[in-house]
Design a protein around this ligand. Structure first.
Ligand SMILES: [Fe+2]
Ligand SMILES: [Fe+2]
Length: 364
């Protein structure tokens, strides 16, 4: 098509149909959202989750007779979390041009680093692994480098949403066991308040991480629905826990975790995928795949907007818009508290591509 147009017309043809946001504008809005969210997040993290992996727990009170498979699980948690420097450096590099996202990844990394140290303390204070053993294990782990599961930022962002939720779930179920609330008969009479507190403290961090990344994916979903839904489909199609290919005894760990009732494929379906889907206005995996397939059947006429309208049937965009609006209200409240609003307020800008629901006023 392009070669039959006179060369001068190529430049004159508007790249964005009138009334729609350009990609540059969308990127700017998403960047502002991330920056505001990052600032809010950091303040909150310091106020409410400023714990220390050594001082916040009474390590000497950790049971010396933990069931060996519980120690096995803790050791696996430690193995994954101790790749925090790799996770952080790769992700920082990927998003280095974004202030909000790259600074957030540093803050996030500093929290993940605490998780690694806390789980290592738990392994050591269990008394079931010698310091020499831990040192050698660590050396083995560190001889490998964790690399990004996907080459681009949007896929990695989506991956992190599922990963954080899955990690949180692992720790919550470990907490349940340590609180004596497991449904598994082997843990009927077992409890350990120190271990319960460790698992709970880290799970709260993971929930905060999940929320940050979730808000990010919602912004992408709102401004770039097609690209984002496609990334979600690709990520769930090949999801595995981070570092599962690097930890030398992963299979044994995964089986132990499964037998302990902590995490398995069903938990991923029900408590990770379905939860994230609900939070993103996606009905089910089937609805997602079906929607993407339908979108592709619609011809993408030049200058037309057919493709983008079809995509909005794939998810509950009204719910996502509501969530993105609420995120902006949260950011604006924070900015008012500080006084940023007087100088440079973050504003919500509607995506005009989003079709209005019947009965909804245009300025609603
Ligand atoms: Fe973590
Ligand atoms: Fe995390």
């Amino acid at each position: 098509m392009a070669d039959i147009l006179p060369p001068n017309m190529l430049n004159e043809r508007p790249r964005t149909p009138a009334g729609l946001l350009s990609n540059a504008e969308k990127d700017r809005l998403i960047e502002r959202g991330f920056l505001g969210l990052y600032r809010w997040y950091t303040a909150r993290s310091q106020e409410t989750r400023n714990w220390n992996p050594d001082r916040s727990f009474e390590w000497l009170k950790l049971r010396q007779d933990l069931p060996p498979e519980i120690v096995r699980v803790i050791q696996g948690f430690f193995a994954v979390e101790q790749y925090a420097p790799d996770f952080t450096s790769s992700l920082v590099n990927l998003v280095r041009r974004s202030h909000g996202r790259s600074h957030f990844q540093l803050r996030w990394g500093s929290e993940e680093e605490k998780h690694a140290d806390a789980w290592e303390n738990a392994v050591l204070f269990s008394g079931q692994r010698s310091p020499q053993w831990i040192e050698e294990y660590k050396e083995r782990l560190r001889s490998q480098t964790w690399e990004l599961p996907f080459p681009d930022a949007i896929h990695n962002l989506v991956y992190t949403v599922f990963q954080e939720r899955a990690t949180q779930l692992n720790y919550l179920n470990m907490m349940k066991i340590a609180q004596g609330k497991s449904e598994k008969p082997q843990y009927k009479d077992f409890s350990d308040p120190v271990l319960a507190k460790v698992a709970q403290t880290i799970a709260v961090d993971e929930a905060a991480h999940y929320n940050f990344f979730l808000e990010g994916v919602r912004m992408y979903l709102y401004y770039y629905p097609e690209r984002t839904l496609d990334a979600i489909k690709n990520v769930i199609g090949q999801f595995s826990m981070p570092a599962s290919a690097l930890v030398p005894d992963w299979q044994d760990f995964a089986e132990t975790v499964y037998r302990a009732g902590i995490y398995g494929p069903r938990d991923f379906q029900r408590d990770v995928m379905q939860v994230a889907f609900r939070n993103l206005g996606i009905e089910s995996r089937k609805a997602l795949e079906e929607g993407i397939r339908k979108t592709r059947e619609v011809p993408d006429f030049e200058g037309g907007n057919h493709k983008t309208t079809a995509i909005f049937d794939t998810f509950d965009y009204g719910a996502v818009e509501g969530d993105v609006r609420r995120l902006h209200v949260k950011i604006q409240d924070y900015e008012k508290e500080i006084g940023f609003d007087r100088f440079d307020p973050t504003e919500f800008v509607e995506n005009p591509e989003v079709p209005k629901k019947e009965g909804q006023a245009a300025d609603d």
